[in-house]
Write a protein that binds this ligand. Structure first.
Ligand code: SF4
Ligand code: SF4
Length: 210
């Protein structure tokens, strides 16, 4: 097995997807007069799962740029995170543990944070490939604004479908059209850190690991 390295072309495309989603996020946040400023909460302790090899490889693209001691520290924090999550799940609770990348309120890999980290907050919509429409209400603070300002349910929202389609195409290109044949990704950031970068037997993979 070899490490999956995102080719530069796909790095550019992924960053473009992030930028477009963030710009849509800003448009909606501005129109709702919503910001995270003064929030008593921190959604970096929300339990999110991530689903693409592309984002996993991109995260490691960022990890590799850190000093080795910092990388080891993040992996250690990732292991601690997983232990706490397991405890919560055994107790039948949804885990609420601070992300191992959160460093005193700041993201240690801000440029490389994942899509969910960039889009959580404001309302969003998504149409799945099977035609089903999904709606995301945004975080609790944003929901308060929406309820007050848009009681008829006509609040602005981020339409994620086109960008998520692009991400699916990008993932397919990275996986050489073999996405359906490979193990599915369903991981927290901590798992991505602890497992190390993704490894697959594909041409985009470099640096032999086994
Ligand atoms: S997205 Fe919402 S919950 Fe998260 S920090 Fe911002 S205001 Fe707070
Ligand atoms: S990756 Fe960064 S922004 Fe995302 S949850 Fe972790 S600390 Fe927060």
């Amino acid at each position: 097995m070899k490490e999956v390295i995102l080719p530069e072309k796909l790095v550019t495309e992924l960053e473009d997807i992030y930028e477009r989603l963030q710009s849509e996020y800003s448009r909606v946040a501005d129109s709702l007069k919503f910001t995270c400023s003064g929030c008593p909460d921190n959604c970096c302790d929300s339990y999110f799962l991530h689903h693409t090899y592309a984002e996993w490889a991109y995260l490691w693209h960022g990890v590799r740029k850190l000093e080795v001691a910092k990388q080891k520290d993040l992996i250690k924090k990732g292991t601690e995170y997983l232990t706490l999550c397991e405890k919560a799940m055994v107790a039948g609770e949804r885990p609420q543990v601070m992300c191992p990348l959160n460093d005193e309120g700041l993201c240690a890999l801000y440029k490389h944070r994942l899509l969910v980290c960039r889009t959580h907050g404001v309302p969003a919509t998504l149409t799945r490939p099977d035609g089903q429409s999904l709606g995301f209400p945004g975080c609790f603070r944003c929901q308060d604004i929406v309820e007050l300002e848009f009681p008829d349910g006509d609040s602005p929202s981020v339409e994620r479908t086109a960008m998520l389609k692009k991400l699916a195409f990008l993932e397919n290109e990275l996986l050489e059209g073999k996405r359906h044949l490979l193990p599915r990704v369903k991981m927290t950031i901590a798992e991505m850190l602890v497992k190390g970068p993704p490894t697959l037997p594909l041409a985009h993979c470099e640096r032999k690991t086994t």
